[in-house]
Structure formats: structure tokens, C-alpha cells
Design a protein around this ligand. Structure first.
Ligand code: AMP
Length: 221
């Protein structure tokens, strides 16, 4: 499915609780509309794998299901957004997640490069839990699967690239509870922040990814 041409200049923030489907939708939208996909979770996991100073700093927070401190994450995003592929169009997936992050983002963008869309993927909390505990991610290509709703043909093997699928360490029940609590207290206030700026659009994301994607493209026109 191709995106409408107007969407190619979008600078979009994807908001929603862990498990709301932001990553799945962002991957698809960025591929079809050629927007840089900036996922702070993916960037942090990459830093952890490389064992960089930033990765070491972030790891203990991620392992505990807590948000990484604003000072760490804001600098990382500001650097990423200045890269050539993110000059005019991007999707921020998982950032901002706190009010100070949202304010820092606004300050670092000029009027010509400001956020154009904020999409809130709404999913009831009891649904999120099931989505996260069953989620499996391909360690090679990053494709996202689910043991019940989107299983691979062969357990543990990615249908797309043959890589092994793994459960994220923070997708275990006790970590999920903490992540949802962090979302409720620190991230949910961003809905009012962006509503006041008349940027917020809500999608009922408790539906199939294909239906959600169709509506997403309409909203990003
Ligand atoms: P995600 O893949 O988006 O669910 O992020 C995984 C983890 O990375 C989160 O639970 C946080 O520990 C950390 N993280 C990702 N994005 C942010 C952010 N914007 N602010 C703080 N921590 C973040």
C-alpha cells in the first residue's frame, strides 16, 4: 500500500502505551512514505548491544522497566534528528515520553521543521498486557510477531529472514507492569500537551494492524 504524497513531508510523533502497535505502524508508514523511522527503544537496545557508555547508562533503567533519564535520551534524539535522512520528514516512535522531552523537542525544532502530526494509538490496558507477553521480535531483521495472534510458521524462526525470534527482556509480566505505570504517570500527560497544541489525532488501535494502518494514512494526509 503506498502512502499519499503529502505524507512524505510529515514530521510525526507516535504516542501510545507499550504494546499499542506504534513500532509496527511506524515501520510500515516509514517504508511506504520514505520517512526516517526514529525509534528510541531500538536506538537504546542497539547501544546496549554495542556496549557503549550510553548503552551501559540506559541498561539498568530499561531492565527495570523504567524510563531512561531525560538528559540521556534528549541528546540522543537531537543528534539523530540532525542526520541527513531526517532533514525534512520523520516518525518519532517512543519519543517524547515525558513533558520535558516534549518541550525539548519543540525547542530544538524551527517553525519550518516543527511537528506536523501527533498520532495517539489507543488500546485498553488489559489488551496491552496480552500483546506484550506474547510478543516476539526477530533478532536479525526486527520483524514483530506474536505467539497467538501472529505466529511464525516455525516456532522461534522468523518467516521473513530465517533469524531467531526472541522475547524482549522487558516483555516479562513484572517489567510490563512497571512500564505501564511509567506510561500512566509520565507519558499520558502528553496527550493534553499535544491536544492544547491542536496536533493530537487518536486512532482506535485495538483493531487489526491493516485496518489501523489504513486509518493512519488518512490521518497523516
Ligand atoms: P520501547 O522499545 O519504545 O518500548 O522502549 C524500551 C525501553 O527503552 C523503555 O522501557 C525505556 O526504558 C527506554 N526508552 C525508550 N524511549 C524512551 C524515552 N523517550 N524516554 C525514556 N526512556 C525511553
Amino acid at each position: 500500500m503506498s502512502a499519499p504524497s503529502k505524507a512524505t513531508n510529515a514530521r510525526a510523533v507516535f504516542l501510545g502505551a507499550p504494546g499499542a502497535g506504534k513500532g509496527t505502524q511506524a515501520k510500515q508508514a516509514s517504508a511506504s512514505a520514505q520517512l526516517a523511522h526514529i525509534s528510541t527503544g531500538d536506538m537504546l537496545r542497539h547501544e546496549v548491544t554495542l556496549g557503549t557508555a550510553l548503552g551501559l547508562q540506559a541498561k539498568s533503567f530499561m531492565d527495570a522497566g523504567k524510563l531512561v533519564p531525560d538528559a540521556v535520551i534528549i541528546g540522543m534524539v537531537q543528534e539523530r534528528i540532525r542526520k541527513p535522512d531526517a532533514k525534512s520528514a520523520w516518525i518519532l516512535d517512543g519519543f517524547p515520553r515525558t513533558l520535558p522531552q516534549a518541550e525539548a523537542l519543540d525547542k530544538s525544532l524551527s517553525a519550518a521543521s516543527a511537528v506536523t502530526h501527533v498520532i495517539y494509538f489507543a488500546v485498553p490496558e488489559q489488551v496491552l498486557f496480552g500483546r506484550l507477553t506474547g510478543r516476539r521480535t526477530c533478532s536479525k531483521c526486527g520483524a514483530i510477531w506474536h505467539v497467538e495472534t501472529k505466529p511464525t510458521k516455525l516456532a522461534g524462526v522468523c518467516d521473513l529472514c530465517g533469524g531467531s525470534t526472541v522475547q524482549r527482556s522487558d516483555d516479562h509480566p513484572e517489567k510490563i507492569s512497571k512500564r505501564l505505570e511509567e506510561y500512566r504517570t509520565l507519558t499520558a500527560p502528553l496527550l493534553a500537551y499535544y491536544k492544547n497544541r491542536k496536533l493530537l489525532r487518536e486512532i482506535d488501535a485495538n483493531r487489526s494492524p491493516a485496518v489501523v494502518f489504513k486509518e493512519l494514512l488518512e490521518l497523516m494526509q
